[in-house]
Ligand binder design. Sequence first.
Ligand code: CP
Ligand code: NVA
Length: 328
Amino acid sequence: MDFKGKSFLKLLDFSKAEIECLIDLASELKYKKKSGVPHRLCEGKNIALIFEKTSTRTRCSFEVAGYDLGMGVTYLDPQGSQIGKKESIADTARVLGRMYDGIEYRGFGQEIVEELSKYAGVPVWNGLTNEFHPTQILADFLTIKEHFGKLEGINFVYMGDARYNMGNSYMVGCAKMGLNFTVCAPEKYFPDKALIEECQAIAKQNGGTITFETDPMIATKNAQVIATDVWVSMGEPDSIWEERIKDLMPYQVNKKIMDNAGEKAVFMHCLPSFHDLNTTLGKQIGEKFGITEMEVTNEVFESSQSIVFQEAENRMHTIKAVMAATLV
Ligand code: CP
Ligand code: NVA
């Protein structure tokens, strides 16, 4: 399979076989890392990481994966470059494309990362946009495969705001890989109609299903994976917290939901997560609205059914696979 020179912007651009190949490569690179086998496949290359939004996992994954592959890495923080303010995306792409072998972008609209890729002349990797978070899905699918031994036929339920990057990307990923995907949310939080139709057609080809359910007890019956995300995403205004808490509290992943799914079900979350008051924002929101946890209870987050840290580790192995596949 030939990925060389290709950008990784959204899962819709890749076939089932290609996604499978990236997950398998990640698994191989994970094994090599754990067994101390060097894998400096991109020795001498350099990459630039553009972050217009903050990050812990994605930035560290690109950096560590870059070093493990033998590359030099430059991090551009949300304030530290000319991007957007004094220099257009097209100009930035043409400058960085002459200095670097690959560029990661995290920021706002999907059209920005698409434009960057159009002009850069080197692979561009999407580290999260408002619409999609494709490297997160590779990590989640590697984790599901490690846990259940397969992806096809897995009953995957996503609870919460399904119109943003995580909901959209899970829907595309599940459709591509033949999982049974259920969105569990109030109707106004269902993904965009056109994307749903596109994914339904893809799911049909790959033996999966896409279902929409407003009742959490119906949605999570027989679920094998229950995933959620923060109720207010980066770039959204603080003023919407009140509405989101009111709308989405019935869709919180708690013990009742996990018990309904059964003891073999696992809990997943891309992180960071509001499961306690041990963060500045968690404290602020907690005090303002009189709550101690949001999209997931601390009990579920800390339970043996939670595989969130294995999922977080897999960000690095899967991002490494994407870079290695597209650079060499
Ligand atoms: N899951 C994820 O993308 O985390 P960061 O925002 O820390 O990169
Ligand atoms: N939906 C979240 C995902 C964070 C990894 C956000 O965009 O903030």
